[in-house]
Design a protein around this ligand. Structure first.
Ligand code: GLA
Length: 387
């Protein structure tokens, strides 16, 4: 990948003198879904796949972006004078949003950039290609312009740009996982105060398999933003009867005792998911630490049921992948991962069952949906790097 972005850079911009190459990973979340904007816990890990960039400062104020994933679009030109989102800017709204967010924090670039990007995260898979692009941009800006920011700042700047430049009201999980990843560890993050802990992934002879449904339903961002506002409204209603900051503060018992304050059945279901999922995440990490991988898997399965029935962010294709996975001996747990409405599932599968998993889930998916799923036995990698 490094050679490929450098060669493309040379082809487009003449030479590679003074060019640096960077990488930022995508992520998969093991458990703790739709809890990150509710002050709850998440348990994601960075992948070894992600987004690469070759970049070099310019002497003028122009910005030249090129993506090897969207070659037909050619070089997309912009400038530091034009940091506003637009439909024509397409994918470059992500790096531009980050440049804009840095400038808003008093870290304005004094000259433009030429950037060539290439990513190996499957498009639209829900493995956070956009967060990896945001973290990558922040990381390279820090290196090129000497901005004084930590990796956690990079995650927050990425999230801010996605919320305020790109109109997606996401939480901090994806950017945090990309910016703070550690090889063979998952990150147990409390989104209420950003305290975190690395947990070694001792899977006792099992692999993490990501299955891509290759389905991406439309209106994902608006449905996501709607879930988020339903939770905010439910929190407001609960706060009339109990003193809490976020849904993540509540135990299941407290929720059951006070849920009648939420005056719509839909919002009750949404809040129930947020509260119970947060508790499941805490228990899952305890189970992993205690080498109880079986319990970890059961909690993953319960997470899926809750996302399907109470939070309603699954879809038929994903439910089929999960149901078929559950049928296979050697599958420890399987659930939807990420924002939902398509994308991927994550499964923990004993080594001996990996081949059967691919064959049987793949065949059943084809038979039941007419579509093809892709399977990746993923490796857990480090955060961003200059290569
Ligand atoms: C998307 C968002 C994250 C998180 C997940 C759901 O990936 O970007 O912030 O809310 O959905 O857990």
């Amino acid at each position: 990948m490094k050679t490929a972005v450098l060669e493309k850079f040379k082809e487009l911009f003449g030479d590679t003198d003074g060019v640096s190459v960077y990488f930022a990973p995508g992520r998969v979340n093991l458990i703790g879904e739709h809890t990150d904007y509710n002050g709850g816990h998440v348990f994601p890990c960075a992948l070894t796949i992600g987004t690469y960039a070759a970049a070099r400062k310019r002497t003028d104020r122009k910005l030249h972006f090129y993506s090897m994933n969207f070659e037909k679009l050619g070089i997309i030109e912009s400038s530091l004078e034009d940091l506003t989102p637009s439909a024509e800017a397409g994918w470059t709204n992500y790096p531009k949003g980050v440049i804009w967010a840095f400038a808003g924090r008093g870290m304005a670039m004094d000259c433009g950039l030429d950037i060539v990007i290439s990513g190996n995260i499957p498009n639209g898979s829900g493995l956070s290609s956009s967060a990896s692009l945001e973290v990558l941009t922040g990381y390279l800006l820090r290196d090129q312009y000497g901005f004084d920011v930590t990796n956690i700042d990079l995650a927050q700047i990425g999230q801010y740009s996605e919320n305020h430049f790109n109109g997606m009201n996401c939480g901090i999980m994806d950017q945090f996982a990309s910016a703070m990843g550690r090889k063979d560890h998952a990150i147990f993050l409390d989104t209420a105060d950003l305290s975190y802990e690395y947990a070694p992934l001792k899977l006792q002879g099992a692999k993490i398999i990501v299955t891509n449904s290759n389905v991406k339903h439309s209106l994902v961002n608006s449905a996501y933003n709607e879930r988020r506002s339903e939770c905010e409204k439910a929190l407001e209603e609960l706060r009339t009867v109990i003193d809490i900051h976020g849904l993540g503060d509540m135990s299941e018992e407290q929720f059951e005792a006070h849920k009648s304050a939420i005056r719509s059945e839909i919002r009750q279901k949404r809040a129930k998911h947020a509260v119970y999922e947060n508790r499941r995440t805490i228990r899952a990490v305890e189970a992993l630490k205690a080498d109880n991988i079986g319990l970890f898997g059961e909690l993953m399965n319960a997470s899926h049921v809750s996302l399907r029935d109470d939070y309603e962010v699954s879809c038929d294709e994903i439910d089929i992948l999960v149901e078929e996975a559950w049928k296979i001996d050697g599958v420890i747990g399987s659930r939807i991962t990420g924002g939902g409405f398509g994308g991927c599932t994550v499964s923990i599968v004993s080594d001996g069952a990996v081949d059967r998993f691919r064959t049987e889930v793949g065949a059943a998916y084809r038979r039941r949906t007419g579509k093809t799923a892709d399977f990746y036995v993923v490796e857990i990698g480090d955060g961003p790097a200059k290569l």
